[in-house]
Design a protein around this ligand. Structure first.
Ligand SMILES: C[S@@+](CC[C@H](N)C(=O)[O-])C[C@H]1O[C@@H](n2cnc3c(N)ncnc32)[C@H](O)[C@@H]1O
Length: 252
């Protein structure tokens, strides 16, 4: 896809600093609070996030580089070495895990249309009151949001790359107002927690081409990202370490 966006930016402005609970710790906490029995992860890399959740799991990544004991504490830990699109063409994680997914973490390809498809595929296999987390949707600087793998120049965030998946959060907020989206200040690049899922919804599938072409036409990416961050209410994650506080969001 041809999207105008060419960084580096010489002196990137810091749009936001996340001072809450580091994202892997929050994910692990949420899995316990949600009493998740079936976990789905897209994008595993070293296995840091997969190792932090200790229930049966399906993990998908075309290039695992495991350095964590990802199977520890799990009855079942299935690794699929392929892209998420290829996985969903061939498999349904409910078959392998014995029921709908309770918790999902989407952290695969960092381009907005990939994350959008990941969400569309995953929502269909989720428990209605399950929880989906999106990673990297609240980037601290614009220069980490290029579509090709270019890390930030900023001294605080050197080398960080989120790609342009922030657009997916923006798209979901606009096209799926029925979802409950909680934007969390989890360092380094934010977490979006999505509840009130509707596995039967066809809005995104029906409008996929229109949504993607509109987002690909954004002229001034930096201005659009700034507007997105400014218009987003970000919830402090630290108080949600109290189980009952997070329970209220997960199971209102
Ligand atoms: C940022 S890393 C994941 C980090 C991990 N979730 C963690 O928190 O430690 C992103 C991973 O996504 C994988 N990836 C890239 N394209 C993908 C795709 N199309 N489908 C699934 N995974 C993909 C990469 O191989 C990489 O290992």
């Amino acid at each position: 896809m041809n999207v105008r966006h060419d960084f580096p930016i010489a002196a990137p402005e810091v749009l936001i600093r996340h001072g809450g609970v580091p994202y892997v710790r929050f994910l692990s906490h949420a899995a316990r609070v949600a009493e998740a029995e079936r976990y789905l992860e897209i994008g595993t890399n070293s296995g840091r996030s997969l190792a932090a959740v200790s229930c049966s799991a399906v993990a998908i990544d075309p290039q695992f580089r495991l350095s964590f004991q990802v199977a520890d504490g799990k009855d079942l830990c299935l690794l699929y070495r392929m892209t998420s699109d290829a996985y969903f063409r061939r498999f349904d994680p409910r078959d392998a895990l014995g029921g709908p997914i309770d918790l999902a973490f989407l952290d695969g390809m960092h381009r907005f249309e990939f994350l959008l498809r990941d969400f569309m595929h995953v929502e269909k296999v989720m428990r209605r009151n399950g929880v989906v987390f999106l990673h990297d949707c609240l980037p601290p600087t614009a220069d980490m949001t290029a579509r090709r793998f270019v890390g930030s120049n900023h001294p605080e965030f050197t080398g960080f790359w989120t790609g342009d998946v922030w657009k997916t959060a923006d798209i979901l907020r606009r096209f799926r107002p029925d979802l409950r989206m909680t934007f969390l200040d989890c360092p380094p690049t934010g977490l979006v927690m999505i509840t009130d899922l509707d596995p039967e919804s066809t809005v995104l599938t029906d409008r996929y081409s229109e949504i993607v072409s509109e987002a690909a036409r954004i002229d001034d990416e930096e201005a659009a990202l700034g507007a997105f961050i400014r218009s987003t209410e970000i919830m402090p994650s630290t108080p949600l370490l109290a189980e009952e506080e997070l329970q209220l969001l997960i199971r209102p």
